[in-house]
Design a protein around this ligand. Structure first.
Ligand code: ZN
Length: 276
């Protein structure tokens, strides 16, 4: 599932390709992704706009556009579980699960989404209310401490709560807690300042490395991590330490990786390397 680093990479990859360009045509092939307006209203709003900027908020990509009349229009897109952005020439076949196609000059910007949990919305009201952005320059260990300060829920569940912290999903929460050596079941009120500092450092490093790796994948036409069948084995090669590795030996200590459920989602952990 695309998380913060995937959406950030798509934004950085798309921006130089679309900035200043007009959306000449809008084709909606999977109408359920367009919410809550009708396909007709969606096309009316976007055909003819000029794309000024792309920004990310959490797992959403925000398209700042301006109409020929000078009015601004905001498109808010979410990739759901399986969405990807692609740039294709203005002719030739579309990908099998193409959902929405923007004709932009000589190219087409295509949102492909096989499971159709993504969405496209219009206007500022569609921007989600979220906690702080972990890649913001102003995101300090103190801010992470405040985000995790209240309640007694497990730290893994809190890391994935978008109202506390933007954009961190299951994969990067599991990996960050492994790298910080923190048991995912630790109630947040038991985390000390030192553990929060460690978590802050590894989270930033992990997300930044993942953005760079994803951008590299896009530029060389390779699939991102979440699009691959199975997970690459070697963390030094962009693979994962614990996520989706149940029963396999920990790369650090050899103990088998455990899987258990937290708030309906799988958590992966090395019980040797991650302590309360
Ligand atoms: Zn271990």
């Amino acid at each position: 599932m695309p998380e913060l680093p995937e959406v950030e990479a798509f934004g950085r990859w798309l921006l130089p390709r679309v900035r200043g360009q007009c959306i000449d045509t809008v084709a909606v092939l999977k109408p359920r992704l367009v919410r809550p307006v009708s396909v007709w209203a969606f096309r009316q709003a976007l055909e003819g706009v000029r794309i000024q900027d792309l920004r990310r908020r959490g797992k959403c990509l925000l398209w700042d556009c301006v109409r020929p009349s000078g009015e601004s229009e905001l498109l808010v897109t979410h990739l759901g579980m399986t969405g990807t952005w692609q740039m294709l020439p203005d002719h030739g076949p579309l990908p099998r699960h193409a959902a929405v196609v923007f004709g932009v000059g000589e190219q087409r910007v295509v949102l492909e989404d096989s499971r159709q949990f993504g969405h496209l919305r219009l206007g500022n009201a569609a921007v989600p209310e979220l906690g702080p952005e972990p890649l913001d320059p102003g995101f300090t260990p103190e801010l992470l401490g405040q985000a995790l300060a209240h309640g007694r829920r497990p730290v893994k569940v809190c890391l994935m709560d978008p109202s506390r912290l933007a954009g961190v999903g299951n994969l990067y929460a599991s990996e960050a807690l492994f790298l910080a050596g923190i048991d995912p079941a630790t109630p947040v009120h038991q985390l000390g300042g030192e553990a929060v500092g460690r978590l802050h450092a590894v989270l930033r490093k992990l997300l930044e490395a993942a953005v760079a790796r994803n951008l590299q994948a896009l530029r060389s036409d390779r699939p991102m991590l979440y699009q691959q069948e199975g997970v690459p084995e070697d963390p030094s090669d962009g693979g994962l330490w614990v996520y989706d590795r149940e029963g396999q030996p920990c790369f650090r200590c050899g103990a088998p990786i455990l899987r258990f459920m937290q708030s309906g989602r799988s958590t992966f952990q090395c019980a040797q390397c991650q302590r309360p």
